[in-house]
Design a protein around this ligand. Structure first.
Ligand SMILES: *[C@@H]1O[C@H](CO)[C@@H](O)[C@H](O)[C@H]1NC(C)=O
Ligand SMILES: *[C@@H]1O[C@H](CO)[C@@H](O)[C@H](O)[C@H]1NC(C)=O
Ligand SMILES: *[C@@H]1O[C@H](CO)[C@@H](O)[C@H](O)[C@H]1NC(C)=O
Ligand SMILES: *[C@@H]1O[C@H](CO)[C@@H](O)[C@H](O)[C@H]1NC(C)=O
Ligand SMILES: *[C@@H]1O[C@H](CO)[C@@H](O)[C@H](O)[C@H]1NC(C)=O
Ligand SMILES: *[C@@H]1O[C@H](CO)[C@@H](O)[C@H](O)[C@H]1NC(C)=O
Ligand SMILES: *[C@@H]1O[C@H](CO)[C@@H](O)[C@H](O)[C@H]1NC(C)=O
Ligand SMILES: *[C@@H]1O[C@H](CO)[C@@H](O)[C@H](O)[C@H]1NC(C)=O
Length: 368
């Protein structure tokens, strides 16, 4: 591997360090402190000049007019520096319309903590030199044109908290190494072409708050998902999962939104769903093959506002133990074998309800 080669000045290494390096090559560990002799703001400027040369289209002239070599890079649009070390700490090129790629020189910006380039036309490959950015907390490349497999080496960014790769054309399976990133708070891989199973190692991300994997072709969800005690959002909408919902999901006591819409989930729901999911606001389960009775406590969930259960195979009667309906924004139950009604007592409650579609719940799918 040539990662170390690119910025290293070999003469500065003493023998033992070279030895460590040799051993480290296999696991892609990079010794940055020695690799840059005296990195300073000029190092950062060279890296950004290299980046500028990788911009092939800048339709609004944002960098062409602004990134002038005669002004400090700290004044360039999209760049922020930290006052303490006078080094570049953040890149934000969101919505600039740029067509570009990341040069290997990006790895020299060793004080970077944030990279966000959402909604541009950045293309691959992602240079492995990104691994030199040991302080990186946010890596956001959503809605660009990266493709290929997600690089496994991303699993070695030690401080990363938000990994946002959504809206690209990544395919193949999710590398297990990603689940090595135990500081992760948000993992957003939505709207790619990822396939295969969600690895069991997902259960190692115990800090995770948002897991967004919707809009892929994933086929399996492991029971280890139940270990994510801080998870607030679990979104698996529009995948190809056709197993029962793992029991552990109903143990995620911090969960606010659970979206499993448009898969082929089978099996039923636990009756005491609200007891273990006290924070739940949105339960989106439409277009699956879920069956059995609706949880009798469903309307008792303290915070729930959206319930989507349409187009499943639920049977029995709609639970009637409402508190009142002031909480409801949407209740969607059509396309099941349910009987009963939702008692709406007067306009007062309706004022709070944006949409209640319970029509057809008696006869849709009733087969003779
Ligand atoms: C570049 O943009 C920044 C922020 O908008 C501005 O402060 C700076 O003066 C601009 N520099 C040049 C050379 O246009
Ligand atoms: C990045 O830039 C966009 C567009 O200018 C802005 O809306 C957003 O708040 C910025 N994000 C950060 C983290 O500075
Ligand atoms: C960002 O990109 C997404 C996907 O291409 C698009 O749907 C969205 O409208 C874009 N947002 C903006 C503000 O341009
Ligand atoms: C997991 O992370 C550690 C520490 O950052 C690293 O040494 C190791 O190589 C990583 N493992 C994988 C499979 O990426
Ligand atoms: C990560 O997850 C795997 C599979 O669940 C497990 O065997 C392993 O012990 C976990 N590693 C850590 C560090 O928790
Ligand atoms: C989901 O179920 C539907 C109807 O039974 C079936 O046509 C479709 O092939 C299934 N999809 C998957 C991914 O299992
Ligand atoms: C769910 O939580 C209960 C109570 O803490 C525990 O007994 C059960 O084993 C958990 N189930 C799963 C699948 O994690
Ligand atoms: C309905 O429920 C809400 C929230 O629980 C409560 O604030 C409100 O007083 C209740 N209204 C009636 C008429 O019971």
């Amino acid at each position: 591997m040539e990662i170390k080669g690119r910025f290293a000045s070999p003469s500065s290494f003493s023998f033992p360090i070279s030895l460590i390096q040799i051993f480290a090559i296999g696991s892609l560990i990079i010794i940055t402190s020695k690799a840059y002799a005296n990195p300073n703001i000029n190092t950062d400027q060279s890296a950004l000049v290299a980046l500028k040369s990788h911009i092939t289209n800048d339709p609004f002239g944002i960098t062409t007019n602004n990134w002038s070599i005669t002004t400090s890079v700290c004044n360039w649009v999209g760049i922020e520096c930290g006052s303490k070390h006078n080094r570049v700490t953040s890149l934000n090129f969101s919505f600039m319309g740029l067509t570009a790629s990341f040069p290997p020189e990006l790895g020299a910006l060793s004080f970077l903590t944030y990279i966000t380039i959402k909604n541009n036309s950045f293309q691959g490959p992602l240079p492995v030199e990104i691994l030199n950015l040991r302080r990186l907390k946010l890596f956001g490349i959503g809605n660009n044109e990266f493709s290929g497999e997600i690089p496994a080496w991303l699993g070695q960014l030690p401080r990363i908290q938000r990994l946002l790769l959504y809206g690209n054309r990544f395919y193949g399976s999710i590398p297990v190494s990603i689940f090595n990133l135990t500081s992760l708070l948000t993992l957003n891989l939505q709207n790619n072409q990822l396939s295969g199973r969600i690895p069991r190692e997902v259960g190692n991300l115990t800090m995770l708050e948002d897991l967004l994997l919707d809009g892929n072709q994933l086929t399996e969800i492991p029971s280890e998902i139940g270990k994510l005690g801080r998870l607030k959002t679990l979104n698996l909408e529009s995948n190809l999962i056709s197993v029962p919902i793992p029991e552990g999901v109903f143990n995620l006591s911090s969960l606010i939104a659970l979206d499993l819409t448009r898969n082929n989930f089978t099996g039923g729901l636990p009756d005491d769903i609200c007891e273990n999911l006290p924070a739940l606001k949105g339960l989106y389960l439409s277009v699956n093959h879920l069956s059995g009775r609706l949880p009798s406590t469903l309307w008792q969930c303290e915070n729930i506002v959206d319930v989507g259960m349409a187009d499943n195979e639920f049977t029995g009667s709609i639970p009637t133990n409402f508190r009142n309906l002031t909480w409801a924004k949407q209740i969607v139950l059509w396309g099941n074998y349910l009987s009963g009604t939702i008692p709406i007592k007067g306009r007062k409650y309706m004022d709070y309800i944006q949409e209640i579609s319970i029509y057809n719940h008696k006869i849709k799918k009733l087969q003779i």
